[in-house]
Each structure stands twice: as structure tokens, then as C-alpha cells.
Design a protein around this ligand. Structure first.
Ligand SMILES: *[C@@H]1O[C@H](CO)[C@@H](O)[C@H](O)[C@H]1NC(C)=O
Ligand SMILES: *[C@@H]1O[C@H](CO)[C@@H](O)[C@H](O)[C@H]1NC(C)=O
Ligand SMILES: [Zn+2]
Length: 442
């Protein structure tokens, strides 16, 4: 038997070996001072609806910005709904500024449907970061700041001032968020000339860019009609009136969907109309009264209008065909945002030579070694519509290539390598846009 007391060197070596073994078996310690760690930290703030608490994430972002030597300002147009504004002062304040936007909130998550808790920001061995908001849109919030960090480290000084806004409530329509912000004196004082807002992931190696959003309308149609015994066949009952309308609306839906199916337009370029609720019947303790035809019935639809649609024509169609007064129908349209800018022009940003920002943006993507897909209309809606309404050019862009589109889905994730590449892309974008001087007059 070998006594360790007689072999002090051997026992020291054994001690080292056991230390190494225990280090290898305990979970790897993550350095908190990396871009990915800061991203995870931001993802761990639960800002999901219906009760997002913006206090902690705003103070986190404020201290991050302060540590980079950036100016911060918290605006509160509605109590407990802060807009955080971060500014990197340019050397020529007479030029219009740039605004990069990102929303603080997220949609809810159902934890039981997730492989990792949605606010854990778990980093898997393959580099996937799982969290609600990983794609929509907490990635860009941190990427903006990390890009500034890297540019500052290289002593880059912007010519144009760059502002970053972190706004509340985008996911519930932005009425208490961006809508209030763009209408404020503080926004006017920023003298914004160009906006970048969130986009969407791309499943291939081309970056996607969005020049317009579709505008959502909530449509509720109501039918009135003659009530009667469930056994009688007669004309003009409320249910019959409503179902006639649903048939007409469905034919219109098919006509739009056929255009998509034939490959003549993408989903976001047509008017979509989808039924979302039906309400009718006379309640009874066991369900509904079955032998009575009700005198009222209603249905709700989610409509999305691309900027190319004529809203007056759609309203005429609703009034004359979908809910005609001659069939005892009434309707209500709730428009969830503007469709035209302050000059009456469709809400879209030009992606040709008429827009000098477009070529600068395109060149920046190329300089970052990226490819840009054909510019698209976004199927859904973002805060960019509020800026476009003021006539300010705005693109939707989130630098995520080769990534499944998981916004609002279970198991939303972003790969660390894609996140880090995005920082580099923003370095090129900020460098190019903030050095661009020709567009002073627009
Ligand atoms: C929001 O969170 C902060 C701490 O981060 C807490 O002090 C505050 O009470 C919370 N607000 C609400 C309305 O829950
Ligand atoms: C409209 O409602 C009135 C009153 O209930 C009814 O007499 C008439 O037949 C209805 N017309 C249609 C087209 O439903
Ligand atoms: Zn979003």
C-alpha cells in the first residue's frame, strides 16, 4: 500500500486531478460580460402581456447605455408605460437624425408547451437561446447597443445623430406606445430622417427587409331579422341574413387567396379577411334554446389591408355587399392604425433610387457580407406605420438568416452565432447611415 504522506508530490497531483474532474463535471460558468450574456439577461425580464412590467428592463437598458457613454431619457406619456430614448450624438447636428426602434413588450407564452421555460433564456449546447422575445424583438434591442459598443471601441464618430427608442405596448397596437411617442414634442425635436424598426427571421441565407406593413381592421357585422319558431321556414331571419353575408365575404376571401395560390402575389400583398368569432343564439341552462330562430346575430372578422388597397373601396364593399342595410345588417370597422400618410399617400417606403437611404442601406448589407432578399410588405403590423404616417422613410429589418420563423410561437429561439452576426451587420448599417450626408434635404 502506498502511503500518500510519503509521496507529497503524488498527493498534490491527485488533488489537481480531482479538481479538474470536478470542474469538468459542474455546469460551465458563463461569463456575464459577453453580448450573449447581456442578451440573456434582457430576455429574462418578463415583459409579456397582459401585465408587462417595464421598470426593471428599462433600468437595465439605461445602465447599459450609460456604461457606453450614451445619453438616456425616459419619457412617460402614460403612467407605467415608459419609452426609453438613447442618443449617440453625431458630429453634425444639422443633419436629420436616425432612429432605430425596438419594443419592450412581448406576447404571452404558455410555459407548458415549451421545452425550456420561456423566460429562462436557456443557452443549449448547440447555441440556441430559448426565450419569448428572442426573435420578437429583444434581439435587435441588444444588437443596436452592442454595435455601438464595437464602433466606439474603434473610435468611430457618427456624423448623423443616432437615436434608439425602446417603446412599450407594440404587441397590443402601440396606442400607448409609439403612437403617443411620434405625436410628442420630444419626437419632433429629434428631427428624424430615417427609421429602422423590427423585421422578421429568414429561413434561408438572405436577409429580409420590409417597406410596408398591412393595416389591420376589426370588422363586426350584425344582423337583425324576424324571430320565429325553429320549425318554420321563412325569409329574412337574422341567422339567414348573417349567413348570406358570410358567404359573400368568404367568396371575396377565396378570390384573394386564389391570387396567392396562383403565385401572382404574396400573402402580404392581398387583402386578407378571416372570421374570428360568431355570436348568436338564445342561451338556455343547458346550452342554447333549440326551437327558436334568434332575432340578432353577429360575426367578427380580422381584415388586413396592404398599402396598395384603396380603403374607400373596401368600405364601399362592406357597406353594399358584406353588411347591406337592405338586409337589416349593420357594421362597425375599428381601424387599428393609419393607411395613408399625412399627405394622403399609401404608407410605404420606396425601395428604388428615389429613396437615397435605400441604396445606403443595401450597400451596408453587402459590406457586411450579406445578401438582401426582394423587399416585402409585412403580413402583420409594426410600429413603423406610425413613423411612415409622418412621411418618414422606415424599413423593417431584423438580421436573422437561416432561422425558423418563431415569433409568437412556442419554443421561440435564436442561435448565438446568428445573434452575433447581427451585431456586425448593425455595425455596418450604423457606420454607413450615420456617415451619409447627402440626404439632408429629405
Ligand atoms: C414593477 O417592478 C418593479 C421592480 O422591478 C417593482 O418595484 C414595481 O412595484 C412593479 N410594478 C408593478 C405595477 O407591479
Ligand atoms: C328587416 O327587419 C324588418 C323588421 O324585423 C323585417 O320586417 C324585414 O323583413 C327585414 N328585412 C330583411 C331583408 O331582412
Ligand atoms: Zn415585434
Amino acid at each position: 500500500m502506498i502511503n500518500a504522506r510519503h509521496f507529497p508530490l503524488l498527493s498534490f497531483a491527485l488533488l489537481l486531478l480531482s479538481l479538474r474532474l470536478s470542474l469538468a463535471t459542474s455546469p460551465p460558468q458563463q461569463d456575464p460580460e459577453t453580448p450573449v450574456a447581456r442578451f440573456q439577461k434582457y430576455l429574462r425580464f418578463n415583459t409579456a402581456h397582459p401585465n408587462p412590467n417595464y421598470t426593471a428592463p428599462v433600468s437595465f437598458l439605461t445602465s447599459l447605455a450609460t456604461s457606453l457613454g450614451l445619453k438616456t431619457q425616459t419619457l412617460e406619456f402614460i403612467p407605467n408605460k415608459p419609452t426609453l430614448l438613447i442618443t449617440w450624438q453625431g458630429s453634425n447636428p444639422s443633419l436629420h437624425s436616425l432612429l432605430f426602434n425596438s419594443h419592450l413588450d412581448s406576447v404571452p407564452a404558455e410555459p407548458s408547451k415549451w421545452t425550456h421555460p420561456p423566460f429562462s433564456a436557456t443557452l443549449t449546447p448547440e447555441g440556441k437561446i430559448f426565450a419569448r422575445g428572442a426573435q420578437d424583438d429583444k434581439c435587435i434591442a441588444i444588437q443596436y447597443l452592442e454595435a455601438i459598443r464595437n464602433l466606439k471601441a474603434r473610435n468611430f464618430v457618427p456624423t448623423r445623430t443616432l437615436h434608439i427608442s425602446f417603446v412599450p405596448d407594440e404587441e397590443i397596437g402601440g396606442i400607448d406606445g409609439s403612437d403617443k411617442f411620434v405625436k410628442s414634442k420630444e419626437f419632433k425635436d429629434l428631427d428624424v430622417g430615417f427609421v429602422l424598426d423590427e423585421g422578421q427571421a429568414s429561413v434561408n441565407d438572405e436577409f429580409r427587409v420590409f417597406y410596408a406593413d398591412r393595416s389591420p381592421w376589426n370588422l363586426i357585422i350584425k344582423a337583425k331579422g324576424v324571430p320565429g319558431h325553429g320549425s318554420r321556414m321563412y325569409d329574412n331571419g337574422a341567422m339567414e341574413n348573417l349567413m348570406d353575408s358570410i358567404e359573400v365575404i368568404n367568396r371575396f376571401r377565396d378570390s384573394q387567396f386564389d391570387i396567392v395560390k396562383a403565385g401572382k402575389a404574396s400573402n402580404s400583398e392581398v387583402i386578407s379577411v378571416n372570421p374570428v368569432f360568431l355570436k348568436a343564439g338564445i342561451p338556455s341552462p343547458t346550452g342554447f334554446v333549440m326551437n327558436m330562430q334568434p332575432s340578432e346575430a353577429e360575426a367578427g372578422f380580422d381584415l388586413r389591408l396592404p398599402p396598395t388597397a384603396d380603403p374607400d373601396l373596401v368600405k364601399k364593399r362592406i357597406a353594399e355587399e358584406w353588411a347591406p342595410a337592405v338586409r337589416n345588417m349593420t357594421y362597425e370597422i375599428i381601424e387599428k392604425g393609419p393607411l395613408r400618410d399625412y399627405m394622403g399617400r399609401p404608407l410605404m417606403t420606396a425601395t428604388d433610387d428615389s429613396n437615397p437611404w435605400w441604396s445606403v442601406f443595401k450597400q451596408a448589407i453587402a459590406a457586411a457580407g450579406g445578401k438582401l432578399a426582394k423587399p416585402e410588405i409585412l403580413s402583420s403590423t409594426t410600429d413603423a406605420r406610425f413613423m411612415r404616417q409622418l412621411g418618414i422613410p422606415a424599413f423593417g429589418f431584423s438580421p436573422m438568416t437561416n432561422t425558423p420563423i418563431l415569433l409568437h410561437d412556442h419554443n421561440e429561439f435564436l442561435k448565438d452565432t446568428i445573434f452575433l452576426k447581427g451585431i456586425e451587420v448593425y455595425e455596418h448599417i450604423i457606420h454607413a447611415l450615420s456617415s451619409f450626408e447627402e440626404a439632408n434635404s429629405i
